[in-house]
Design a protein around this ligand. Structure first.
Ligand code: FAD
Ligand code: SF4
Length: 470
């Protein structure tokens, strides 16, 4: 029996779930990976060595019990695996799809040294998708509801992680979001080819069954004040993300044909989902020569959205080399397969054009001394200017914390970069300088990852429970 073989990893190589052909992918806004079949999931899970010190667990930001649920999957115990994976992660089916596993769990898998890491992310996704299809739901039978109620601002991964722990502890979470659906950037940002929207719709139904209440289309600050929330609830959690667009600061950025990455992606999602309020918001890059500036996940999503819209060409220009790109390596590979051209070591200095974008002026760079974060700084190669012809330019340089005018009057301190401070000296985890308000996710860390936002939301919930004495 093959499954009883502890050296399965020698006989059975790493096998990712099957990917659709690039030609098909490039035409549709649908996930590109097929689901594992049960036997595939079991034999891939069985490749785990159960090494004494599971580095994968340490590297996973939520510290999933990875070898334990891999073993359960290899034995066919999907429901137990789902129960276990939900002990550490509020959105395992999402993380399995969008985590950059190559630099997290799978990057630290012992088998990553020559044999091919265990496909941890794909198995994690398989567990939850399969368990839900079998009718499994989180076990809430042991929960006794208290009379405590907490307002959660933001239905992104941080807010959802927080609400999940609160509900499981008998504290009623009421989650507010200005958008018409839950998910934050999972719904209004990350495109469907990475995460289909029915995944969050199903998760919303599960959360509602667990007792989490959502109040959507509600903006805190204008529709409801923070003061009203502070008065009505026992505590408040803020997981409002970071949405301020970072500009390049070079000439031509406001020419017609230059688009902000997130506005472009959100408009596309709204168009595809039927949430569009004004058709003029939608930007189609069909038939255009597109240059995307940036090298992170957002840039990759813009590249691949433009391909799917039927752009004549898509070129992604990034100022460092490929090894130093911040985006997931898997997504760079997927983008390349779908037809995106990459130009590394190119730094934009201007968008050029008379009435409308005609091109991007770039200079070549080489990597110099490391900066304060240890990343090598790009240095300009003199006399290396060139113009990349373009009809449309998408700028994806990342985000800064949003300016929120109601923070300061409620004694919520921010750091020099505008991120909410949840200091180590606070009495409770992720408490802000207002003792009744807790915060987590991108608005505390700066733009980061889904899994780190989930982790902080969950940790903040633990802080809230301690604060409430539950
Ligand atoms: P968000 O997801 O931003 O959620 C915040 C929520 O708060 C939003 O729903 C917003 O509407 C709501 N809100 C804000 N202000 C108010 C208010 N005043 N009143 C009511 N509601 C409010 N990470 C990965 O791990 N893998 C990826 O592949 C990946 N791809 C990405 C692609 C793109 C295009 C972008 C932009 C990000 C990507 N990320 C990815 C990063 C990831 O999405 C974020 O780190 C994560 O969503 C942060 O979670 P959050 O809960 O802190 O904030
Ligand atoms: Fe890996 Fe992310 Fe899952 Fe952790 S949450 S095991 S890092 S895919």
């Amino acid at each position: 029996n093959r499954l009883s073989n502890d050296f399965q990893f020698i006989d059975v190589g790493r096998q990712d779930p099957q990917k659709k052909e690039a030609r098909t992918r490039a035409k549709e806004f649908a996930e590109i990976y097929e689901p594992y079949r049960p036997q595939e999931a079991a034999s891939q899970a069985h490749r785990c060595l159960h090494c004494g010190n599971p580095y994968c667990e340490w590297k996973c930001p939520v510290h999933n019990y990875i070898p334990n649920w891999l073993k359960l999957v290899s034995e066919g115990n999907i429901l137990e695996a789902a129960e276990l994976s939900h002990q550490t992660n509020s959105l395992p089916e999402v993380c399995g799809r969008v985590c950059p596993q190559d630099r997290l769990c799978e990057g630290d898998c012992t088998l990553n040294d020559g044999f091919g890491a265990v496909t941890i992310g794909s198995v994690e996704k398989y567990i939850t998708d399969t368990a839900f299809a079998m009718g499994w739901r989180p076990d809430m039978s042991g929960v006794t509801w208290t009379d405590k109620r907490v307002a959660v601002i933001g239905a992104g991964p941080a807010g959802l992680g927080c609400a999940d722990i609160l509900a499981r502890s008998g504290v009623k979470p009421i989650v507010y979001d200005r958008y018409p659906e839950i998910g934050g950037l999972l719904t209004f940002g990350i495109p469907e080819f990475k995460l289909e929207k029915h995944v969050m719709e199903r998760r919303r139904a599960v959360f509602e069954e667990m007792g989490i209440e959502f109040r959507l289309n509600t903006d805190i600050g204008s529709d409801v004040t923070i003061e009203a929330l502070l008065e009505e609830y026992d505590a408040v959690f803020m997981g409002m993300g970071t949405y301020k667009y970072m500009q390049g600061g070079f000439p031509g950025e406001d020419l017609p044909g230059v688009h902000k990455a997130l506005d472009y992606l959100i408009a596309n999602v709204n168009h595809c989902l039927g949430f569009e309020k004004d058709p003029a918001d939608y930007v189609s890059l069909e038939g255009q020569r597109v240059v995307v500036l940036g090298g992170g996940d957002t840039a990759m999503d813009c590249n691949r959205t433009a391909i799917r819209q039927g752009a004549a060409s898509v070129t992604c220009a990034y100022r460092r080399d490929e090894d130093n790109m911040p985006g997931s390596k898997r997504e760079v590979k997927n983008a390349r397969e779908e037809g995106v051209d990459f130009l590394f070591n190119r730094q934009p200095v201007a968008v050029v054009g008379e009435e409308q974008v005609e091109g991007v002026k770039v200079v070549r760079t080489r990597l110099g001394e490391p900066d304060e974060n240890g990343r090598q700084r790009p240095e300009v190669v003199p006399g290396s200017e060139e113009i990349l012809p373009a009809d449309a330019v998408v700028i994806a340089f990342g985000f800064q914390p949003t300016d929120i005018d109601w923070l300061a009057p409620n004694s919520i301190a921010v750091d020099e970069r505008g991120r909410i401070k949840t200091s180590e000296e606070a009495a409770f985890a992720f408490q802000t300088s207002n003792e009744k308000i807790f915060a987590g996710g991108d608005m505390v860390r700066g733009s980061d990852l889904v899994v780190t936002a989930v982790y902080e939301g969950r940790q903040a919930a633990e802080g809230i429970l301690d604060y409430l004495g539950v």
